[in-house]
Write a protein that binds this ligand. Structure first.
Ligand code: GLN
Length: 269
């Protein structure tokens, strides 16, 4: 059914003070505006250090941005205290977007540049290792294909939002950590240009149920409205237990920005 203005969404923003290093707050703004433009009543719940589990559990969708190793060390202790609640939400299909440092936390562990091991939440089948300060960081614009056969078997999660005209994602990456995904997650996409998870296996990000991990800052959502709307749709369908179609928006500007990066990186699509 076409959603109508009686619908509402509560979006939980995890650690906004410490984990929004590379413009990731733009993703929150995008989700908020794309709901408001459709008359969906949307509220952003800031979940900073020490937040209550009940505040987390009340959310219909979650977002967490990236950070440098130092902030990750500070957040890790608090986040691990919330492991059970967050794991239950992810396993129950609460939609979420976890960027870079946040993505790394979802795996088994993150080995920082100085060798410190931060235990992960062990929800996603992956691990991340930073080879050290004197090894190049993976930095630059990135284009990811959503329909390359490099994706793992469970490509259906990706097909739900990639269409023939919008079968890519563009973003900007800046990470030292190299992430290696296991069999229990689907790669988010295949790197057409850039580094992705580790600069080697051509995978970028990971999908597990309705949770998406990615290295794409930028922020990722403004230039990829097909993916932003997919997250909103997932959240509405889970909350209201019915299929939803979102009202079309004029995304000419958004796709102009998307295609600009593709042309700038000379990627043929
Ligand atoms: N500190 C982590 C790394 O260097 C994550 C960086 C980020 O969130 N952009 O890999």
């Amino acid at each position: 059914m076409i959603h109508n203005t009686k619908h509402s969404l509560l979006i939980g923003w995890l650690y906004p003070e410490l984990m929004s290093t590379y413009g990731d707050r733009g993703n929150i703004i995008t989700l908020q505006k794309r709901c408001e433009w459709r008359g969906i009543d949307v509220e952003i719940k800031r979940l900073d250090l020490g937040f209550e589990i009940s505040d987390l559990k009340a959310c219909d969708m979650l977002f967490m941005g990236g950070a440098q190793d130092r902030q990750q060390t500070i957040v890790a202790k608090d986040l691990l205290e919330k492991k059970k609640a967050l794991e239950e939400m992810i396993e129950d299909g609460t939609p979420g977007l976890y960027i870079c440092g946040a993505y790394q936390f979802l795996g088994n562990y993150y080995k920082e540049a100085d060798g410190t091991i931060i235990p992960g939440l062990d929800i996603f089948d992956l691990y991340t290792e930073n080879p050290g300060e004197n090894v190049e960081r993976l930095i630059g614009n990135i284009v990811v294909s959503l329909d390359d056969n490099i994706l793992r078997a469970k490509q259906s999660e990706v097909e739900k939002f990639s269409t023939s005209s919008n079968n890519n994602l563009v973003g900007f990456e800046n990470h030292g950590g190299r992430t290696y995904v296991g069999e229990k997650v689907t790669a988010f996409g295949a790197v057409s240009k850039g580094f992705g998870n580790n600069g080697g296996d051509k995978t970028e990000g990971a999908i597990y149920k309705n949770s998406f991990g990615s290295y794409m800052h930028g922020p990722i959502l403004p230039k990829n409205p097909h993916f932003a709307d997919h997250l909103i749709k997932l959240a509405l369908e889970k909350k209201y237990h019915e299929k939803m179609e979102l009202k079309e928006l004029n995304d000419d500007l958004e796709y102009k920005a998307n295609k600009y990066i593709i042309q700038k990186l000379k990627v043929s699509i």
